[in-house]
Design a protein around this ligand. Structure first.
Ligand code: 5GP
Ligand code: ZN
Length: 136
């Protein structure tokens, strides 16, 4: 028993418009799409978000996302594709089962996903240094 909506979708307990599945991933169309063809790729096993995903599962999701993005682009004659993953509520995650969004884009569709801050070069440089120090 699980209360997770996406676990229920992956198992078929909750219906969805499936586009692909294998042993590791399940892909289906988003019920509230940015554009026609907007799909979600999820691991069949429950993982909360990016940080919780085992590397092999993430690699598998990435490979399938690439394949599915090309098929979706062709199917809906999209001009472009955004690949997106929301992690944590501050980043817009509302379903806490890891998922990658494949979002078809059309010239002039008006979807805005980026704000673009004007930060000083010094501030940007310092943040790069801090990230590097955490990684080392
Ligand atoms: P998040 O904001 O967590 O990255 O995205 C969750 C996505 O799941 C949203 O785009 C939302 O429309 C989609 N979603 C939520 N509930 C359902 C559902 O029951 N079925 C489907 N197919 N998509 C859902
Ligand atoms: Zn789940």
């Amino acid at each position: 028993m699980t209360d997770c909506l996406f676990c229920k979708i992956a198992s078929g307990e909750v219906p969805s418009f499936k586009i692909y599945e294998d042993d590791v991933v399940y892909a289906f169309l988003d019920i509230n799409p940015v554009n026609l063809g907007h799909a979600l790729v999820i691991p069949k096993k429950h993982h909360k978000n990016l940080y919780d995903l085992p590397d092999e599962t993430l690699s598998h999701m990435a490979r399938e996302t690439k394949k599915l993005a090309a098929a979706i682009k062709e199917a809906v004659s999209a001009d472009g594709i955004n690949i997106m993953m929301n992690n944590d509520p501050a980043a817009g995650q509302i379903i806490f089962h890891a998922h990658v969004h494949i979002i078809p884009r059309f010239e002039g569709d008006g979807y805005k996903h980026w704000k673009g801050l004007e930060l000083s070069e010094e501030k940007i440089k310092k943040s790069a240094e801090k990230i590097q120090s955490i990684l080392s």
